[in-house]
Design a binder for this molecule. Structure first.
Ligand SMILES: Cc1cc2nc3c(=O)[nH]c(=O)nc-3n(C[C@H](O)[C@H](O)[C@H](O)COP(=O)(O)O)c2cc1C
Length: 400
C-alpha cells in the first residue's frame, strides 16, 4: 500500500520496548471506573482503540494511592484491582496494541472528601484548592518531610503493581497542575527548604518520585514523562523553564517525554485550544456552587486559544533540540499531513487524544489515505463528560 510508505507506520523503540508504529493514544480520563474497578466498559474502550491500529494506548489517571485521586469515583493502583487490570492489559495485547498507564498523584488539587491516609489534600505549600472549594476543602496544606517520603513511596508501590499486571509502559505525570507539577511550578511551590526555590530544588521531589517508580517497576517498562512545557500562568513554569525541566528528566534517564502545556488548575485551554470547555462543564456540573463558580470565573479560567493544527509545534521543537530521549508530540494532530510534518520535524511518536475519541480508526484511515482528516471539530464537549455516568464519548456521533 503506497500511502502507508511513511515512517509513521514503521516500528520504533522507546526505552526497552518497541512500538509497531508512531501513534499512541493520549491519556484522556475515561470516566469509566465509578466503582473504582477497571471493568468491561473501560476494557472495551481501550480494546476498540487497539483494533483501530494504534501502537499503544494509555490508561488515564492511574492514581498512585487512594488520596491521589481527584474524587473517590476514580480508580487507584492497589492489589484489590490486580485481576481486572490484568484482564484489561491482556485484552488490549490480544487486539494488537501495547498498554501504558498514566501515573498520577493529585497533590493539593482535589475534591476527594473520602481521604484515607491524609486529613486534607496536601501540596508543596499551603494554598487555594480551587477544585476542592465547592466540596468544602478550599485550602490545601503543605507537605512536611514525612508526608514527602510517604508521597514518594506511593510511586514505588504503583510501579510494582504495574509491572506485575503486565503494563508495557508508564507515563509519569509531571504536568497539568497535579502533584509533581505543583512542586515544579513556582506558582504553587513557595517552599524555602531543599524542595523549593531554584529549579533544581523544585525538581527534587519529582526526580525522587521517578526514581521511586523505577525501583518498583524494574527495567522492563518504558517510563515516559508528560510535562507542561509552560503552565501558561503568571508566576508559573515559563516556556524557557519547561525546556530545562525536559532536559533534567532526560539527564535522569527517562525513556521519553510528552510535550504538553497548561494546567487543569489555572489554564486548561492552553492544553486543548478550540471552543471553551466552559459550555459543556456548566451543563454537566451537578453541584450548584461549583456551577455558579464556573459561570463567574469561566472567562478568566478558560482563555481563548483558537484551534490550529499541531498548535504546540514551535514550543515542542525547542524541547526536541534540547534533549536526546524520544519525544512524543501532543496537541492538535488531527490529519495525516500533520503527522507527517511531525515526523519530518524529528519527533519520534505522536499522542492523539480527541482525534481518537472521534475516530478510533484514525490510524487505519490515515494509513490508507494520505489526505485523511479526522472529523473532530474541537468543540471540547468530550472534556465535560469525564464525570458523566457513561464516561467520555464524541458528542458529534452520540449527542444524547
Ligand atoms: C476527555 C479528555 C480527558 C483528558 N484527560 C486527561 C488525563 O486524564 N490526563 C492527561 O494528562 N491529559 C488528559 N487530557 C488531555 C489530553 O491528554 C491531551 O493533552 C489534550 O487533549 C490535547 O491533545 P489532543 O489535541 O490530541 O486532544 C484529556 C483530554 C480529553 C479530551
Amino acid at each position: 500500500m503506497e500511502s502507508a510508505n511513511s515512517p509513521l507506520f514503521e516500528p520504533a523503540r522507546i526505552g526497552p520496548i518497541e512500538l509497531k508504529n508512531r501513534f499512541i493514544k493520549a491519556a484522556t480520563f475515561e470516566g469509566m471506573t465509578h466503582d473504582g474497578i477497571p471493568g468491561p466498559k473501560l476494557t472495551g474502550f481501550h480494546r476498540r482503540l487497539a483494533e483501530g491500529g494504534i501502537a499503544m494506548t494509555t490508561l488515564a489517571y492511574c492514581a498512585t494511592e487512594a488520596d491521589g485521586r481527584l474524587h473517590d469515583k476514580m480508580m487507584y493502583l492497589h492489589r484489590g484491582i490486580e485481576h481486572p487490570l490484568r484482564r484489561l492489559v491482556d485484552e488490549v495485547h490480544g487486539a494488537g496494541a501495547r498498554v501504558a498507564g498514566q501515573v498520577v498523584h493529585c497533590g493539593g488539587f482535589s475534591k476527594n472528601r473520602n481521604l484515607q491516609r491524609l486529613k486534607r489534600p496536601l501540596g508543596p505549600s499551603r494554598g487555594m484548592n480551587l477544585l476542592g472549594a465547592p466540596a468544602g476543602m478550599p485550602i490545601a496544606g503543605a507537605m512536611g518531610p514525612k508526608d514527602i517520603d510517604a508521597f514518594v513511596r506511593t510511586f514505588t508501590d504503583a510501579g510494582r503493581l504495574m509491572k506485575d499486571v503486565g503494563f508495557d509502559a508508564a507515563e509519569v505525570h509531571f504536568g497539568h497542575g497535579y502533584g509533581l507539577s505543583q512542586f515544579i511550578s513556582p506558582k504553587t511551590n513557595r517552599r524555602t527548604d531543599e524542595y523549593g526555590g531554584s529549579l533544581a530544588n523544585r525538581m527534587r521531589l519529582p526526580l525522587r518520585a521517578l526514581e521511586a517508580f523505577r525501583e518498583g517497576a524494574g527495567d522492563s517498562l518504558a517510563v515516559i514523562g508528560k510535562i507542561s512545557m509552560s503552565d501558561g500562568v503568571k508566576g508559573g513554569v515559563s516556556w524557557e523553564e519547561g525546556v530545562r525541566v525536559a532536559a533534567m528528566l532526560d539527564a535522569a534517564g527517562i525513556d521519553g517525554i510528552v510535550t504538553s502545556a497548561g494546567t487543569s488548575s489555572f489554564n486548561p485551554m492552553l492544553m486543548f485550544h478550540g471552543d471553551s470547555m466552559a459550555h459543556g462543564l456548566i451543563e454537566q456540573e451537578k453541584n450548584p456552587i461549583a456551577r455558579l463558580g464556573l459561570k463567574l470565573f469561566a472567562s478568566r479560567l478558560f482563555r481563548d486559544y483558537p484551534y490550529e493544527e499541531i498548535y504546540l509545534l514551535e514550543h515542542a521543537k525547542r524541547v526536541r533540540e534540547a534533549v536526546r530521549c524520544p519525544i512524543v508530540y501532543i496537541g492538535g494532530c488531527a490529519t495525516r499531513e500533520s503527522a507527517e510534518t511531525l515526523m519530518r520535524e524529528g519527533f519520534d511518536f505522536i499522542q492523539l487524544g480527541r482525534t481518537l475519541i472521534e475516530d478510533p480508526d484514525f490510524v487505519k484511515h490515515a494509513m490508507a489515505d494520505p489526505s485523511y482528516v479526522s472529523g473532530c471539530n474541537h468543540c471540547n464537549r468530550c472534556t465535560a463528560l469525564i464525570e458523566h455516568p457513561d464516561g467520555i464519548r464524541c458528542v458529534l456521533h452520540d449527542p444524547a
